[in-house]
Design a protein around this ligand. Structure first.
Ligand code: SF4
Length: 775
């Protein structure tokens, strides 16, 4: 954290060369925010363009005679918001004049006729309407407000904002603006802090204030933030003269003055406060990046900037290119920044917590696309054709991540390429990759895959047998089990007869399956002997089919119900015919997360102990991770580290199987307590980072076609994955959660995915031997 800038330091700033100030700001941005630059995809809703203030630079405010109606109607508001949803926006920015009912009778009458006591009253109603109808997150920008009005808006918005503008009380441009006194602005900023409102504020540059006054305003913002921690971003906005305003003949803010001000904001404000400059008010974006900003603010694919309608938003591609050309990455955010979104109890009204969660990714940023695990929306293309061609002979170095990624991600990848093993912090860093960094991580993972297992892509012919969906446990993500609390979910409770199991094995073997995968709920009537009976039922049909079955929970519970040591119980299962264990029931091996997801299930240590015991008697197993519901990347890293440590000890894991959370019918999502699964970027990275983290320890990375669909599988195969898992006749568990990619795959289906990539498809046994050729 940077020390508070003292008066002496401010003097230094005022005297320092602009180039030095900007260089220092860039360095501070890199330390505090790495390579990430954010923007908020949003729509602007100018609820009223009437305003009781008369600011000398403003064309937003209009007299009633120039407006068709004093306020937008609810239908007009919804039309804009719905267009925003269709265009992938997350935020509805309500921007409006200040308390026009205090100046215009027509505004007062309109509000009275509509049943609203004030503009803020109507604004609160429209925020709630947009939130509830569209899911867009309202940001209320209603000017200088009382404690009471801020509190009312907090209940219906994710964040609020008010430009401080300047603390100079004598500015000519503010003479007709009773709401622009420094006292009213500072009181609003303070009240927002007291109320725990994630708050946006900022300064206007070039409206007649001096540099020293500008720094004083930034210091006042910094002080308020130090008291309350609520300032999420500070906008540094340059004045541009507009025809028809009192300041029409004033000179625009010189670009160099804006750049200096952005840099000074970065240096004066606490480093965690984000610094923004509107990208549509500058012709050249690079100098702004070089001055230390880390946010571009709201950019709308739908609406104009109603405050500066003559300045079009740059296209997202332009913004991305400019950002990446500076060695930075661009990420969409919500109106509320991650530092606040990830601590909803402190910063969000209870009614706003799920709307924020529903639009967030694991880092608390905005979801990048509409893809979700098990859904039908196609994924974005994040990795294209590679590996890259070999460098020409004599070239100094192979194409590597340093060329396409900068900052911490590139540093970690450079270490990986030198053979270093990644630790927990490095894994978290890799999961933060965006844009070209994602491609760089995937490229390195792909090279590791080639080194470890070559170009063969494997699959296994198997059948799932889920003998019961009745379960005494209450895992909050599980849409499969039918306990008393979930009888309203789809599907009726069932328990297969042992003869049904035998029959399904006969069918499976006849269809060419080499493996049956056995897992199910924990039926209250089961004791450990049930699982032995299941094995005997399988063996009654086939002496040779591979029995892959029973989660760590099932075997732990089976041994417990029999009062038998786990390792003895596993040995009896093995003797009866059990060959390998699936890695399910791992979910996330981090007890803080398990306390939310599956509080009555085995904990992290028990899951690891079950696999340790299995490995100790020669039963091999795999590692799964179910990710994307409530946890953050730190927990993913711990999961990878803990399983890698066990693998180092036992060598018993055959593969890593990422299982992206399918949210559609999951109880925890329906209870509005979880995200809608991982984003596609996160899912792809789980395969790539898993490949990197397990290098030298776990050779196989499996991609789930049930959850990823064909287009997702192809990209995962380019990001470190080498196995497609099973054909899975009767896949029930993902389907119960809402996945829609079918119940069965066949060899031709797999071939169509693999061969266009120049890879070889090969059927395998469960333990990655060559599958027997059918006679
Ligand atoms: S995940 Fe397994 S243990 Fe948990 S409720 Fe579902 S079936 Fe039961």
């Amino acid at each position: 954290m940077a020390a508070k800038v003292t008066a002496v330091a401010v003097d230094d700033l005022l005297e320092a060369a602009t180039a030095d100030v900007r260089a220092e700001a860039r360095a501070l941005r890199a330390r505090a925010h790495g390579t990430r630059v954010t923007y908020s995809p949003k729509v602007f809703i100018p609820l009223t363009m009437l305003c009781r203030d008369r600011c000398g630079y403003c064309t937003f405010a209009k007299p009633p005679a120039r407006l068709a109606s004093p306020f937008m109607t609810p239908d007009e508001v919804l039309a804009v918001a719905r267009a925003g949803v269709a265009a992938g926006c997350h935020e509805a920015l309500f921007t409006l004049g200040e308390a026009p009912e205090g100046r215009y009778p027509v505004a007062r009458r309109w509000l009275e006729d509509s049943g609203h006591a004030s503009t803020v009253d109507y604004l609160a109603a429209m925020c709630a309407l947009v939130r509830d109808d569209t899911g867009l997150l309202p940001h209320a920008n209603a000017g200088a407000l009382s404690h009471e009005d801020l509190a009312r808006l907090r209940a219906v918005s994710a964040s609020q904002g008010m430009m401080l503008e300047s603390l100079d009380p004598d500015l000519a441009c503010h003479r007709g603006a009773p709401d622009k006194t420094p006292e009213r602005r500072l009181a609003t900023l303070e009240a927002a802090g007291e109320l725990g409102i994630p708050f946006t504020t900022g300064v206007l540059v070039g409206i007649g204030e001096s540099r020293a006054e500008r720094v004083r305003a930034l210091e006042a913002i910094a002080d308020a933030h130090r008291r309350h921690g609520h300032v999420q971003e500070v906008i540094v906005q340059n004045f541009l003269p507009k025809p028809g305003t009192a300041m029409h003949d004033h000179a625009p803010c010189p670009p160099e003055e804006l750049w200096w001000s952005v840099a000074v904001a970065r240096l004066v404000l606490p480093p965690e406060v984000h610094v923004q400059a509107p990208p549509n008010l500058s012709d050249d974006l690079r100098p702004l990046l070089d001055s230390g900003l880390d946010d571009w603010g709201g950019v709308s694919p739908v609406t104009v900037d109603h405050v500066n309608p003559e300045r079009a938003w740059p296209a997202l591609d332009v913004l991305r290119s400019a950002t990446e050309a500076a060695g930075l990455t661009l990420a969409p955010r919500l109106t509320v920044y991650p530092e606040f979104a990830l601590h909803p109890e402190r910063w969000l009204d209870p009614t706003m917590r799920f709307p924020v969660l529903d639009r967030a990714d694991a880092e608390g940023l905005g979801r990048e696309d509409a893809w979700c695990s098990g859904g039908t929306e196609p994924p974005p293309v994040l990795v294209g054709a590679f590996p890259l061609p070999a460098p020409p002979s004599g070239a100094a170095e192979a194409p590597g991540p340093a060329r396409s990624a900068g900052g911490a991600v590139a540093e970690v990848l450079a270490g990986v390429e030198l053979g270093q093993e990644v630790g927990e912090d490095e894994i978290v860093t890799l999961f933060s990759a965006r844009g070209p960094e994602v491609r760089a991580v995937a490229e390195v993972a792909d090279r590791v895959r080639i080194d470890e297992v070559g170009d063969v892509v494997t699959w296994v012919a198997n059948r799932n047998i889920n003998y019961t969906n009745v379960c005494t446990f209450k895992c909050r993500f599980c849409a499969f089990s039918k306990g008393p609390l979930s009888l309203n979910l789809r599907g009726a409770p069932y328990l297969l007869e042992l003869s049904d199991i035998t029959e399904r094995v006969v069918e499976a073997e006849a269809a060419g399956a080499t493996e049956v995968c056995l897992q199910g709920g924990i039926h209250p009537k089961f004791d450990g002997d049930y699982y032995l009976e299941v094995i005997r039922a399988v063996r009654a049909a086939s002496e040779r089919i591979h029995i892959h079955g029973f989660t760590a929970l099932e075997v732990t519970e089976g041994a417990r119900r029999l009062g038998e040591p786990l390792v003895d119980y596993l040995a009896r299962l093995q003797e009866a015919g059990l060959a390998t264990l699936p890695g399910t029931a791992a979910e996330i091996l981090d007890d803080d997360v398990r306390a939310i997801l599956c509080p009555d299930k085995i904990d992290t240590e028990q899951w690891l102990d079950a696999h340790r015991a299995a490995h100790s008697i020669g039963l091999r197993s795999n590692v799964t991770i179910m990710f994307g519901s409530v946890e953050q990347p730190r927990s993913w890293a711990r999961h990878l580290m803990r399983t890698r440590a066990l693998q180092r000890e036992t060598g018993g894991f055959t593969e890593f199987v990422p299982l992206p959370f399918v949210h559609m019918a999951a109880p925890i999502y329906l209870q509005r307590k979880a995200r809608r699964g991982p984003t596609f970027r996160e899912t792809l990275l789980m395969h790539a980072v898993g490949r990197i983290a397990y290098r030298g320890w776990i050779p196989n990375i499996q991609v789930s076609w049930v959850k990823m669909g064909a287009a997702g599988v192809i990209q995962a195969l380019r990001s470190g994955a080498n196995d497609l898992g099973g054909t899975l006749m009767d896949e029930n568990i993902s389907r119960a959660a809402g996945a829609s990619h079918g119940q069965q795959m066949d060899e031709e289906g797999f071939r169509a995915l693999v061969e266009p990539l120049g890879r070889t498809l090969r059927q395998r046994t469960t333990l990655y031997g060559r599958a027997p050729t059918p006679c």
